[in-house]
Ligand binder design. Sequence first.
Ligand code: AMP
Length: 470
Amino acid sequence: MTFESLGLRPDILRAIAEQGYTTPTPIQAQAIPIVLQGRDIMAGAQTGTGKTAGFTLPLLHRIAANASHSTSPAKHPVRALILTPTRELAAQVEESVKAYGKYLPVKICVIYGGVNMNPQIEALRAGIDIVVATPGRLLDHVQQRSISLNQVEFLVLDEADRMLDMGFLPDLKRIMDLLPKQRQTLLFSATFSEEIKRLSDSLLKDPVLIEVARRNTSAENVTQVAHLVDQAHKRDLLAHLVKTQDLQQVLVFTRTKHGADRLAHQLERDGIRSDAIHGDKAQSQRTKALADFKEGVIRVLVATDVAARGIDIDQLPHVFNFEMPNSPEDYIHRIGRTGRAGASGDAISLVSPEELRLLVEIEKLIKREIPKVAVEGFTPGTSAKEEPRRERPERERSDRSRDHSARRPERPELPPAAERQAQRGPNQGMPKPAANNHHLKQPMNHAISHGKKPNRPVAALLGGLNKKGD
Ligand code: AMP
């Protein structure tokens, strides 16, 4: 199968060739012909499957068929609307649409919150054919009358399940009310919950269902490992592994925004260039951190689950779970960011005794045991004498004593709807205090000595995933 055989226009094929793609991915092979026929689709596909090109290429083909070469804004009403849950994803999708559409007379822009509205208003005024947007900012433009959606012919909902998770359903409903009934709608979602089915029933007309294998299902190239370590020693272990194994591009997940900031600062003090990305950061900071990480200016990017959604970094080699996620599905999302497209990757979890129950839940979901590997000097209960660590600087100790949030349990970063809910009451949305699970301590499966890279491929890592439960 080739892109030529899918019937795409030569000016799109040229742009695809420039991207270096030779063969359509399974989602592209299935979705492109159906979208070209004008049918609605409901597609089960995650980031990493090539879904963006799967909807962008046929969309561009259809738009280009009667695109106007005129520069008059009136000749460029918004004809396609692509909605994404996060700013990062919106920016990435826009980049892709621009790359695939570079030889077409099609105008594209991205609109998301956290940045000044004026440049977006100016771009819209000049006439735009394809808008990539997050729902909240799009509605701001609707309110300001800087955008009109009554000529939209194509609607794409990218990562629809994430949009619902993040509480965007009311916004989506308001947006749908503004769109013409006669249009083509493409819905992409990694999961198919009842909510998604209800949404698709209300939006799609006689859709074709497409499902492709979860990414990594066939990737046998992600090494998973868990290091059991006390919470208080995790940062030192992380710095130790980054340094001794000379890891250069490391995505680290924490559960809280504050924890992400603190860890990035501490790693910087350890001499490891780091930055944090989370929902409280200004968009410009998030964009810069991501760009620095991609370019190798920083070695470690610390992220919360919410902020990391949709981040697509080709061949990301190392993902660390600094804290285990509360939901086992989030573990799969996290480690799915490595080992893509044939590249090998490491997914390394730093697991405190209190988090063992979370590890057990994850192992149940992936139907695999994750090898537990001891790192000398960092096993739980290591006494101060054995610790291979330096004294903490005085400054850090006094910082901590002033830092109240360091002493109370922190709240994981929540999607906007859950955040609002959590703000209503002092305890809503708070994690339950971790149980004292020391008795759960499991024997180590393996031991490695200081500094040796745990290189233990877990064959067909997620091959046994239960699709229904995903
Ligand atoms: P996506 O799932 O859309 O986020 O795409 C994941 C990655 O796959 C992106 O980095 C794309 O550039 C890349 N990609 C998309 N389609 C192809 C293809 N046909 N061949 C090779 N790489 C692709």
